[in-house]
Design a protein. Structure first.
Length: 301
């Protein structure tokens, strides 16, 4: 059938565009993932949505289509903690691997998933490889206390191709939002999500409510889901779509975090991660707090 009639609705500019219903968004995104539309239609969809912006109902529909097409990751008992990692480090060390390993130490199965969307940044996957945890080549069940890294293409190859459209047009598209909110499992799950720009907090929170997901949402570190160790951010929790405030934001930024290196390269970040896990350096309080909240949400997943 094609998606041109949807593009006509969403492509009228920031003021003239009409939002799609959840069902329409699901149909549109499903056709994109199924590869039944042309490259020209995909480009039109990506550009139109970039100008218009996604509504919570549209995001819920995109997620419906995605969840129906994902290759699921299972656990050998217990909930799966999901950490999307698509940005990496630019100014501070990428601490998503540290968060993942601290959660695993609490006896949780942890899935980190991602792909290289920023070629100039240090990625969590690089640090995990340096810690002897290379990317999965096939999706295998994760045990309690285990961390696995899944490249996006293992979860859905078409989703990875949609992310790669950014390399052609230079702009993010709804695929970049979907991968940060999706739950790649059919069992109990806690999705850890973050936003960089405050205006996205409302859309992401309402999407979790609409989809009935269990999740943690806070401002992240340079686009990564791990808390900024220098700040006390607002943290909201969702248990099957019901929101609660877990931590209020506090003003100010710490000038120094004990032990946190100034360098952001893979080797230095991996060494810092090892030393924190060994107890040689303190766990940053903001990340320790995040671990406590995720662990509590996992008990209700």
């Amino acid at each position: 059938m094609g998606i041109s009639h949807y593009i006509k609705e969403i492509g009228r500019g920031a003021r003239g565009a009409r939002p799609l219903t959840r069902e329409q968004a699901c149909d549109l995104f499903g056709q994109v993932l199924d590869g039944t539309v042309t490259d020209l239609e995909i480009g039109g969809f990506c550009l139109a949505m970039r100008i218009k912006g996604e509504t919570p109902e549209e995001m819920a529909g995109f997620l419906d289509a995605t969840h129906a097409r994902l290759n699921p990751v299972t656990t050998r008992g217990g909930p799966l903690i999901v950490l999307p990692s698509y940005n990496g480090a630019r100014k501070l060390p990428v601490l998503t691997p540290l968060l993942a390993l601290l959660l695993a130490r609490e006896g949780l199965a942890v899935l980190v998933h991602g792909s290289a969307s920023e070629t100039s940044r240090v990625l969590a996957s690089n640090v995990l490889s340096a810690l002897d945890m290379p990317p999965m080549t096939t999706l295998t069940p994760l045990a309690a206390g285990q961390v696995g890294f899944a490249p996006t293409e293992l979860l859905n190859p078409a989703l990875k191709r949609l992310l790669d459209v950014r390399r052609v047009v230079g702009l993010r598209n709804p695929g970049h939002s979907v991968v940060k909110l999706m739950r790649p499992t059919t069992g109990p799950c806690v999705v850890v999500a973050s936003y960089t720009h405050p205006e996205y907090a409302r859309t992401m929170g309402e999407t979790f409510e609409l989809t009935g997901m269990t999740a943690l949402l806070s401002r992240g570190l340079e686009g990564e889901v791990v808390s900024d160790p220098r700040r006390t951010a607002q943290i909201d929790g969702f248990v099957r779509g019901v929101r609660s405030e877990l931590q209020a934001q506090a003003a100010g930024t710490a000038a120094d975090v004990p032990g946190l290196p100034k360098e952001i390269d893979v080797a230095t970040t991996a060494d810092y991660t090892r030393r924190v896990l060994a107890g040689e350096l303190p766990v940053p309080e903001a990340i320790a707090t995040q671990v406590r909240h995720i662990t509590e949400l996992a008990s209700h997943a």
